[in-house]
Design a binder for this molecule. Structure first.
Ligand SMILES: CC(C)(COP(=O)(O)OP(=O)(O)OC[C@H]1O[C@@H](n2cnc3c(N)ncnc32)[C@H](O)[C@@H]1OP(=O)(O)O)[C@@H](O)C(=O)NCCC(=O)NCCS
Length: 170
């Protein structure tokens, strides 16, 4: 299926179970299931978190969860279903995330991934993230994490001005 048949939108409460199952099967394997459906439902409802989903006619194709702070954002989870991978789905979600983070004045986006996850590392590098250090014993105190960072604006640059859109009179 082509990526054009996959739509992106903000997650809704009804997406929580499918997101949680994808996290269990594609991200948290062997680590215990932390992001179960009730936790994901709370995350979707959190106004400081951007949760995006990509959907095709069969259902959830991918998702990403990013926590926004005052100036920094942290990408918590990202996954694309195997049948939809290498079709630009994650790239499209990242483009939405970058645009949102820039509009919100974020200086950078950080993330951690399993140090052994070479495919994800290659993906994040292709998206402009750079290695920012190895954290030993990060996952369940036994598996190392690689920290990566994507700079959106330098610290000495001002926060971009943003104005709420106005409704045009007809
Ligand atoms: C990492 C992941 C999200 C990428 O999703 P995707 O939709 O397949 O990625 P895209 O198709 O948007 O890829 C964009 C670019 O990233 C790079 N890339 C993506 N997957 C790659 C892989 N397996 N190996 C090498 N490079 C890869 C390529 O440069 C690719 O561009 P190209 O296809 O034109 O060569 C997906 O493989 C996945 O869900 N993996 C399992 C879960 C996971 O590891 N999540 C990340 C840690 S939380």
């Amino acid at each position: 299926m082509s990526a054009t048949a996959i739509d992106l939108r903000l997650a809704q409460a009804r997406d929580a179970r499918a997101i949680a199952a994808m996290s269990r099967d594609l991200i948290e394997m062997g680590l215990g299931w932390k992001y179960d459906a009730p936790k994901v439902a709370r995350i979707i409802a959190d106004r400081d978190v951007l949760t995006l989903v990509a959907c095709d006619r069969l259902g959830l194709a991918g998702f990403t969860i990013t926590q926004f702070g005052d100036e920094r954002a942290h990408l918590v989870l990202l996954a694309v279903r195997p049948r939809c991978q290498r079709q630009g789905v994650a790239r499209r979600m990242m483009q939405w995330l970058f645009a949102s983070a820039c509009a919100a004045g974020m200086a950078d986006i950080s993330l951690e991934l399993r140090a052994s996850n070479q495919a994800a590392r290659d993906f994040y590098r292709a998206m402009g993230f750079a290695d920012a250090g190895l954290v030993n014993h990060y996952y369940r105190e036994r598996e190392a994490a690689l920290r990566m960072l994507r700079v959106l604006r330098r610290g000495d640059q001002p926060t971009p001005l943003w104005q709420a859109p106005t409704l045009r009179r007809r």
